[in-house]
Design a protein around this ligand. Structure first.
Ligand SMILES: Nc1ncnc2c1ncn2[C@@H]1O[C@H](COP(=O)(O)OP(=O)(O)O)[C@@H](O)[C@H]1O
Ligand SMILES: Nc1ccn([C@H]2C[C@H](O)[C@@H](COP(=O)(O)OP(=O)(O)O)O2)c(=O)n1
Ligand SMILES: [Mg+2]
Length: 276
């Protein structure tokens, strides 16, 4: 299963060790919550957040796939673009600046966006977050790490040809100020220059899952589904293994045969976990 997931992308080039370490950390997040706590975000909550960044060019289908991930895996969906548009609509102090930046196809200063994301995370009862359209720059990424204090567990990259993205954006029909040919061209240049380095950074860290974002919405989701399904399987396996280990130590002094049997069962469990 793990190798099948990895083969989804030619750009998943990181070492097995990096991926295993990342997964072990994620198991903690999904099960026990003993992993490092995020500054200011989850102090009052029991579980460590499980964070997925959803990246891709404009119109690559991030928002569309996020809806499906939420339905299937129960994440909270935080769209950076939606949060910024809400700021514009609320006529807040930053509203005019955000509107001009978006019209120009540029990126809003990180501190503004990260504060909006942080507020939503604090308000949410969920501990699994899909952060859509963020980080779009290295500055976004560093600012999130500094203010929130955690790294993502998973980074999805929806890889879509430019001409398809342009076609989709021009047909989006949501009344957005940036859905016009002039702005989309600027956004694509910004994506190449500022967002691709972030994607490469996560690829090197072994956290990137590249999705070929061409085909029907359902076909694309069939590439996304196994990624989260594998994390769920891992968290269940980790729980089973913990229970087995408890039994092993409890029964250690009771019966030699039982101890040997449980020891072998544990070895088998570990073997299976590294296979999936
Ligand atoms: N697989 C797909 N094929 C064709 N159109 C799509 C597909 N996925 C999404 N769309 C449409 O393309 C537009 C952009 O999708 P969206 O999810 O808003 O992308 P993003 O959030 O990456 O900008 C929307 O109108 C959406 O309905
Ligand atoms: N991290 C972010 C995300 C979005 N923005 C701004 C600039 C983007 O062009 C707009 C729209 O972002 P959004 O994610 O909604 O755009 P798409 O869904 O990719 O078309 O918001 C930003 O400045 N910083
Ligand atoms: Mg979107």
């Amino acid at each position: 299963m793990w190798r099948r997931v990895a083969s989804l992308s030619s750009s998943i080039s990181s070492s097995f060790l990096a991926q295993t370490a990342s997964r072990l950390n994620s198991w903690e997040s999904l099960t026990t919550g003993i992993a490092q706590q995020a500054k200011g975000v989850i102090a009052p909550k029991e579980k460590t957040p499980f964070i997925t960044f959803v990246l891709g060019g404009p119109g690559s289908g991030k928002g569309t796939q996020c809806i499906k991930i939420v339905e299937t895996f129960g994440f909270a969906h935080l769209s950076a673009g939606d949060l910024l548009r809400r700021e514009i609509a609320s006529k807040s102090a930053d509203g005019a600046m955000i509107l001009n930046t978006i019209k120009e196809g540029k990126i809003v200063p990180s501190q503004v966006t990260v504060k909006l994301i942080q507020k939503e995370m604090e308000l949410s009862d969920n501990h699994k977050f899909l952060i859509d359209g963020f980080p779009r720059t290295e500055e976004n990424r560093v600012s999130f790490e500094r203010i929130i204090g955690v790294e993502p567990n998973v980074v999805l990259f929806f890889d879509c040809p430019e001409e398809e993205m342009v076609k989709r954006v021009l047909n989006r029909n949501e009344g957005r100020v940036d859905d016009n040919l002039e702005t989309i061209k600027k956004r694509l240049t910004v994506f190449q220059a500022l967002s691709l380095p972030v994607i490469n950074y996560y690829s090197e860290k072994g956290k990137l899952y590249t999705i070929k974002a061409i085909g029907t919405e359902d076909e694309i989701f069939e590439q996304v589904r196994p990624i989260f399904a594998a994390f769920e399987v891992c968290s269940v396996s980790a729980m089973i293994l913990s229970i087995q280990l408890c039994c092993f130590f409890l029964l250690h002094f009771e019966s030699e045969n039982l101890t040997t049997a449980l020891f072998l069962l544990n070895l088998f469990g570990i073997f299976v976990m590294f296979l999936i």
